[in-house]
Design a protein around this ligand. Sequence first.
Ligand SMILES: Cc1cc2nc3c(=O)[nH]c(=O)nc-3n(C[C@H](O)[C@H](O)[C@H](O)COP(=O)(O)OP(=O)(O)OC[C@H]3O[C@@H](n4cnc5c(N)ncnc54)[C@H](O)[C@@H]3O)c2cc1C
Length: 387
Amino acid sequence: MRTVAVVGASLAGLSAVRSLRKQGYDGRLVVIGDELHRPYDRPPLSKEFLAGTIGEADLALETDDEDLRAEWLLGTRATGLDRTDRAVRLADGSEVRADGVVIATGAAARTLPGSEGLAGVHVVRTLDDARTLRDELARGGRLVVIGGGFIGAEVASTAYALGLDVTVVEAAPTPLAGPLGETMGAIVTALHTDHGVRLLCGVGVKGLSGEHQVDAVLLQDGRSIPADIVVVGVGARPCVEWLEGSGVELDNGVKCGSDGRTSLAGVVAVGDCANWYDPRTGAHRRVEHWTGALERPAAAVATLLAGGAVEPGLPRPPYFWSDQYGVKIQFVGHAAGADSVTIEEGSAEDRNVLAVYRRAGEPVAVLGMNQPRLFTRWRKQLARPAS
Ligand SMILES: Cc1cc2nc3c(=O)[nH]c(=O)nc-3n(C[C@H](O)[C@H](O)[C@H](O)COP(=O)(O)OP(=O)(O)OC[C@H]3O[C@@H](n4cnc5c(N)ncnc54)[C@H](O)[C@@H]3O)c2cc1C
């Protein structure tokens, strides 16, 4: 293999580049990224960076002494992939011909239709998004967060600590019920109300009001919630439109095997854009978690370099964390399909909990709230193959 193109210059792309070099690939390596920045860390964008306690330099994912011998084409969008010669077409009309392609184009924040161009309305996905929001939060005022998922909850928590008046609006009856289940979703979500943040659940958003600057969020039930700043945290969509017509099978992202192998030979997918087959559950799933974007490219790169001739090991169960109101939330495994949840340590009232989800008596997922040591033990146990 003489040239490998990595499309997407963020965590999964960088991790693929590192794995390629570590696994002995010595050829040309071209990294294509549509943002102007070198790879940076996204989790702090809704936490420490938004709070102003760390700066941009602290977000860098590369180390100073790292020499990956890659060509970085930054500020360059990939617009297509030619299946015949694996040429990645670029927005400026040029192309990069490659023997191997790593798709690592991640996900983009969903927006609220009709909110385009209205000042004071934000999403949080990129460094540029977070910079703008941070400057606005510093001026104070009333913040309404649309969406009670993890990113929305973290923004609410950060803004609360900065002294803003915060309201969270969530369409579902229980925020986080999807990833955590109803019981634990309700316990984690109670962190908002513990701190005096208003939480409005089970009500959709009809639209926003304001001529040039947003002044309120209009709810489906007729209420109008005054707002100086609105953050839309309604999830993310995989960035795969550039692959339409390429022959790479798309289905909620890039459909691929547990080793990242796609429907096109010599093309693998990693990170938030990959909808990979999980042999632990027997289904495909697209996971938007930092640890998966960091760890899973190693197997994909091994597959690419071996021309598909390696058997991937059993993947570790998906893991993520979230920091809200001073509480470290950690989760590993699959909550869907669990038939019981028990609190094994701590108490829900103290927001200090180790909860185990089981199916037919077997642990399938674990949630920790400020229980890092015990959680780590359970996480290791869950990663062991079933005997
Ligand atoms: C605010 C925030 C907080 C988070 N907090 C946590 C957390 O606490 N815990 C956790 O586990 N996870 C967290 N995550 C998720 C984690 O950051 C992601 O899982 C991780 O960034 C995924 O990495 P990725 O490289 O797959 O995708 P991304 O980081 O999305 O990177 C993809 C890159 O590809 C670029 N791109 C897209 N299309 C093209 C194209 N056509 N051509 C060229 N480039 C393109 C994008 O602009 C982007 O730079 C958070 C995410 C955000 C946004």
